[in-house]
Design a protein around this ligand. Structure first.
Ligand code: PMP
Length: 368
């Protein structure tokens, strides 16, 4: 008996996308909004859910929510698809485009799910490194697209985990380099203030992905959406599972749209905090904070080991993301911007951790 022999070899070779289950009083490891939705809003959602029969399916296709998301984004409802988190829509898009041997251009380092899903589907992820300054190498991306006749190119802007942004000009260059689909993952766009939605009209091969998990404080309920030309959306929709958005989530998504001004205010505060954190980290010896247009900062540790700093912060109640296994980031951790109190606690813990981890590193390498 060897049932595993029936699992695709490309899947057997892969490592799962996982996140160690750790708890801490200060969790700045998942780029969430540190402030929750107001309790009154949550109660409104609960009340609506209570009167609705739970034994009945939600909408087969969340039409009303899709229309509301389209109006909110300034794009057509036929060109909008709502998903159970934007992850689901990345998967649906790749399912309808990628088969054995299909090429997908992906810059690196970036969000690891793109390459993972591509490879599960039998496609080939063509990885294009960022420049040494962690910028997008647009010329290399255009070249890779052209040479490989790539079906899809996926760029995240601002990029997770580097905070790198792709300019509008460079995005248009990518869109014009062949008819392959260009996916722009805008999971963090609210913190940078730029969006590619106005370009959708001009580029029928452009797909914009967005989420309510970051700026919109709804990671726990899973809402994402995809914006593209209606023809393309009709095809992606074929891979969307029926009833993908449960009624609770749909109700919460409407509540978020009603609360958008309060959420925009949270975004302003997060951006302010990011700039304050960047300035403070800029004065700290032993670290280099990379500029960021997102709600997180990539921190390069110039002397201490990322793992040791991660553990030392954890012992002080601060959970960050160790990204040192990512290509080019072997000296890095990533920290999400929290509330002002959380950020202060983090800065304080980091000061101590750097000293402690520096000594650990010395011990690891046999130096004093
Ligand atoms: N895209 C990027 C770049 C992300 O960082 C994440 C979450 N870490 C997602 C998409 C997934 O978001 P969602 O919660 O909408 O599935």
């Amino acid at each position: 008996m060897d049932p595993l022999r029936h699992v695709k070899p490309e899947v057997r070779r892969l490592r799962a996308y996982t996140l160690a289950a750790r708890e801490a009083p200060i969790r700045i490891n998942q780029n969430e909004n540190p402030w929750d939705l107001p309790e009154a809003v949550k109660r409104r959602v609960l009340d609506k859910a209570l009167v609705r029969p739970w034994a009945r399916y939600p909408d087969f296709d969340p039409r009303e929510l899709t229309e509301a998301l389209a109006r909110f984004s300034g794009w057509s409802a036929e060109g909008t698809l709502a998903g159970n988190g934007s992850n689901e829509l990345i998967e649906a898009l790749l399912m309808v485009t990628v088969g054995p041997g299909t090429r997908v251009v992906i810059p690196e380092p970036t969000f690891t799910l793109y390459a993972l899903l591509t490879e599960i589907l039998g496609g080939e992820a063509l990885r294009v490194p960022l420049t040494k300054e962690l910028r997008y190498d647009t010329r290399a991306l255009v070249e890779a697209r052209r040479q490989s006749d790539a079906a899809v190119t996926i760029v995240c802007s601002p990029n997770n985990p580097t905070g790198t942004v792709l300019s509008r000009h460079d995005l248009e260059r990518l869109c014009r380099a062949g008819d392959g689909i260009v996916v722009l993952d805008e999971a963090y766009h609210e913190f940078g203030g730029e969006t590619a939605v106005p370009l959708l009209d001009k580029h029928p091969n452009l797909v914009v992905l967005r989420t309510f998990s970051k700026a919109r404080a709804l990671a726990g309920l899973r809402v994402g959406y995809l914006l593209a030309a209606p023809d393309l959306v009709r095809e992606v929709n074929k891979a969307r599972l029926p009833y993908n958005l449960n009624f609770f989530t749909q109700t919460a998504a409407f509540a978020v749209l009603e609360e958008i001004e309060a959420l925009d205010e949270m975004v302003r505060r997060i951006v302010e905090e990011r700039e304050r954190l960047l300035a403070r980290l800029g004065d700290m010896p032993g670290v280099r904070a990379w500029p960021s247009k997102a709600n997180f900062i990539l921190l390069e540790l110039l002397e201490a080991s990322p793992r040791a700093v991660f553990e030392s912060l954890y012992r002080r109640g601060v959970l960050v993301r160790d990204v040192s296994a990512y290509p080019m980031l072997s000296r890095c951790i990533r920290v999400s911007v929290g509330t002002p109190e959380e950020n202060e606690a983090f800065l304080h813990a980091l000061g101590t951790a750097l000293g402690e981890a520096g000594l650990d590193l010395g011990a690891d390498t046999g130096r004093a």
